[in-house]
Design a protein around this ligand. Structure first.
Ligand code: CTP
Length: 413
């Protein structure tokens, strides 16, 4: 799978001659799997047309902050929430100064203020403007705030000067963007994730299953790999692609999932049970297709083995993370699971609809989660499953390190 699959990138294009390279940059990001939405400042449109950026990104270009029609579609707050990364490329000297001052009077400025995702800039300007103490101070301030500064490169400039200030080439920028998602917080850690539904056979053509799409488990496997973990994904039947750098074992039934987990789990540091494992299965799967001879039929069902609880009961058990999908009494039921299955963390989600009628849980691309552990909890707001997965993996990584007294290396800032 491509390195930027499922990543939402808001690309801000500001007024610089390097804006002509932004179209190529969009193509490179899209080729790496990202979905890109472009914001252009008024001066950027002097260098490259919105039509070009719309054509390469496949999405309408966002321009004005106070545009009723655009705000009714995807307004600045939604754009900020949608973003996994806000990248300004090219970033002019003026745009850097605006960022430092937190100006919210343009669409790009407002999105930068509202976004909780990482921010990156690829400066592009004349070498004297780059070297000016004001710009240097601005860059230093932005770096201090945790903003990523990509480049600039040195070389011949459009104005005839030679020196630092050229925007990095689109290929190099796309590669830098890929590495921004690699946090390294789980470097050297082995993580096993179960995902998807299970299918319990009734006869050779029929089975009992559930509505799990597997999206949350796959997103967790992906986020764990991006955090540097060695990841084994044990998956029930889904239509999803295996994330980059993740090893996958396919199973159908709860019993097969149990066997696959236990044949490999030794040596794993973290176990995340995100699969919607069937709690019951037909005691006997018929060898031939059941005919509709009678008006009623009944199936005798037996309990499946609880995979999560069984891993938790191992002598050298990994750090245990389970899920709880609840319709009522979220906290009480989640905490019961935490105790009963001896989990370190339980991530609970409300299934059904939220107060505003948004679908929650199984089949949707978005969700909310509340995470509980002994003596604490953290609530994650409504966001995409891949954003949620990254937030959850960061929480798991920090609690895991805490418990194992692992100091986070400085370089992982
Ligand atoms: N789980 C598992 N093996 C099972 C059943 C569940 O590993 N046979 C794991 C799931 O992956 C998830 C958690 O256990 O992490 C869910 O707990 P579970 O008790 O199945 O939740 P519910 O089905 O909602 O149970 P209950 O009806 O008791 O609330």
């Amino acid at each position: 799978m491509k390195r930027l699959t499922n990543k939402h990138i808001v690309l801000g294009v500001t007024g610089s001659i390097a804006a002509y390279k932004s179209a190529d940059l969009v193509r490179k990001l899209v080729a790496a799997g990202a979905e890109v939405r472009v914001i252009m400042t008024p001066s950027a449109t002097e260098f490259i047309t919105p039509l070009t950026m719309q054509a390469v990104s496949g999405n309408p270009v966002h321009q004005a902050l106070l545009d009723e029609e655009a705000e009714a579609g995807m307004g600045h707050i939604q754009l900020a929430r949608w973003a996994d990364l806000v990248l300004i490329a090219p970033a002019s000297a003026d745009s850097l100064s605006r960022l430092v001052h937190g100006r919210g009077d343009t669409l790009l400025g407002a999105v930068c203020l509202a976004a909780s995702s990482p921010l990156a800039v690829a400066p592009a300007m004349n070498q004297a403007m780059w070297k000016d103490p004001a710009t240097q101070e601005n860059v230093a301030t932005l770096k201090e705030r945790g903003l990523h500064v990509l480049g600039p490169a040195e070389g011949e400039q459009a104005c005839g000067d030679t020196g630092p200030g050229r925007m990095l080439e689109p290929d190099d920028l796309a590669r830098e963007v890929e590495t921004l998602f690699d946090t390294g917080t789980l470097a050297g850690v082995k993580v096993m994730v179960t995902a998807g539904p299970t299918q319990e056979a009734i006869d050779p053509v029929r089975f009992i299953s559930n509505r799990s799409s597997g999206k949350m488990g796959y997103a967790l496997a992906e986020a764990a790999a991006e955090a540097g973990a060695e990841v084994l994904l044990i998956s029930g039947p889904t239509s999803l692609q295996t994330p980059d750098r993740v090893q996958r074992v396919d199973v159908r039934s709860a019993e097969q999932m149990y066997d696959a987990v236990h044949s490999d789990v030794e040596g794993y540091n973290i176990f995340i049970g995100a699969a919607a494992v069937a709690d019951y299965r037909p005691i006997e799967a018929k060898a031939s297709k059941i005919k509709k001879d009678s008006d009623t039929m009944s199936l005798e069902m037996g309990k499946t083995e609880d995979i999560l609880a069984s891993v938790s009961a191992l002598k050298h058990r990994p750090y245990m993370v389970g899920f709880a999908a609840e319709t009522d009494e979220l906290e009480a039921n989640a905490r019961k699971k935490l105790e009963a299955k001896r989990l370190d963390i339980v991530a609970a989600n409300q299934v059904g609809e939220d107060a505003e009628g948004k679908p929650l849980g199984f089949e949707s691309d978005e969700n909310t989660l509340t995470v509980f552990w002994q003596g604490g909890s953290e609530a994650f707001p409504y966001m995409s499953k891949s954003q949620l997965a990254r937030a959850l993996i960061e929480l798991i990584a920090s609690r895991y390190r805490n418990e194992h007294n692992i100091i986070r290396p400085e370089s992982f800032g």
